[in-house]
Write a protein that binds this ligand. Structure first.
Ligand SMILES: Nc1nc2c(ncn2[C@@H]2O[C@H](COP(=O)(O)OP(=O)(O)O)[C@@H](O)[C@H]2O)c(=O)[nH]1
Ligand SMILES: [Mg+2]
Ligand SMILES: [Zn+2]
Length: 354
């Protein structure tokens, strides 16, 4: 019996040897959604490490160049390079490793530490490059939340902008926090309530802040504590002021937070992960400014628009655009006043703009 089994196994392995598997790289020529591509690239990149390595876990805190990284290993910042094996995957993606990535570093050569593996990401903040090769650019990995910063006045609060940011963040599978800064400029409480009630009802964390009189700053700090956050929002809403208020010791560096590329400074140090003294990290990347909705995102908008998610399965057609379809749960909710007309209007505007 045993003999027979052995024979069987042998024959199987021989057969497997003779099967020609398609070259997985050929698949990369196929135009496809880059999220699948990323998944496959990282799987491939994590395969087959050479032996005799002394691997420890670290986290990428800063990227000096495509090949030089600052990695935190057991609380100490170390310089590490990308292993040759990982480098071969660079042509497929602009960034094989990003800030926030957890990595396995080979420390067997103390003067030449090498990043050997990228631990699969929980999520990533992605921007697409322009031009015919729309390579994706991973701005940051393993981000807990995106702080959508707006201001009540100067510039004036626009709910439509919040909708747009919420869609972007949701499509990227990240969690949003809405901040309305400059609340010291508030004159009419009712107006604020009218503008924010919908987002609160739909379950989005929302905090009104002021770096002038300190309103909401403790609440914001509690939301940031022990999490990795990235600030986004239009220029002048107070991102730098909020960060400086929360972490006064950062003063000098944050004057340049996310403004570096604009001023043509520090172009080699593109992104950085800064620890908050109260726990968690601030992810700073100049690229966050250029995160926008793409025409490919259009199909997702009917699903991810604020407040539509919970209604989505309830429309008659599962590709319902909520425009003129029969038995549309969104249109019904608008009619019943569950979704304010202003939000539906904003949806139509956003959908048509793509
Ligand atoms: N009234 C008021 N002004 C603020 C507040 N926070 C920031 N500002 C002002 O808004 C302007 C833009 O702030 P800044 O932090 O540079 O915005 P950023 O472009 O988003 O980084 C500056 O003149 C700040 O002094 C606030 O809470 N209330
Ligand atoms: Mg700023
Ligand atoms: Zn519908």
């Amino acid at each position: 019996m045993k003999q027979k089994d052995k024979k069987k196994t042998k024959r199987w392995t021989e057969r497997i040897k003779n099967i020609h598997l398609p070259d997985p790289d050929i698949l990369d020529e196929v135009k496809e959604k880059s999220k699948y591509k990323t998944a496959r690239v990282s799987t491939k990149a994590n395969q087959s490490c050479k032996e005799g390595l002394q691997l420890v876990q670290g986290r990428i805190m800063e990227i000096k160049s495509n090949y030089h990284y600052i990695v935190e290993i057991n609380g100490i910042l170390e310089t590490a390079k990308l292993s040759g094996r990982l480098k071969q995957f660079l042509y497929q993606s602009h960034t094989i490793a990003a800030i926030g990535d957890f990595v396995a570093v080979d420390i067997s050569n103390s003067t030449d530490k090498r990043i050997e593996k990228i631990i699969p990401r929980r999520n990533a903040l992605i921007r697409y490059g322009t031009g015919s090769f729309q390579k994706e650019i991973i701005l940051a990995a393993n981000v807990d939340q995106v702080i959508i910063t707006s201001s009540w006045r100067k510039p004036r609060f626009k709910a439509g902008l919040i909708d747009r940011y919420l869609c972007i963040v949701t499509i990227q599978k990240l969690k949003p926090v809405i901040v309305i800064n400059k609340i010291d400029l508030l004159e009419d409480e009712q107006e604020l309530e009218a503008q924010t009630a919908y987002y609160k009802t739909m379950g989005y964390p929302l905090v009104c802040t002021s770096t002038v009189n300190g309103t909401g700053m403790q609440e914001l700090m509690d939301l940031l504590k022990d999490k990795d956050s990235v600030f986004t929002g239009h220029s002048g809403t107070g991102k730098t002021s909020l960060i400086n208020y929360l972490e006064p010791s950062l003063n000098l560096t944050t004057a340049e937070v996310s403004d570096r590329n604009e001023k043509g400074k520090h172009t080699t140090s593109q992104s950085i992960l800064i620890p908050w003294s109260f726990g968690g990290h601030l992810l700073d990347t100049p690229g966050i400014k250029t995160i926008t909705l793409h025409s490919e995102d259009k199909e997702h908008i009917p699903k991810v628009f604020p407040g539509f998610e919970r209604l989505y399965g309830k429309c008659k057609f599962n590709d319902c655009r909520h425009i003129n379809e029969d038995d549309c749960a969104v249109l019904a909710a608008v009619e019943k006043g569950i979704i304010p007309f202003e939000r539906y209007d904003s949806y139509q505007y956003l959908y048509a703009s793509l």
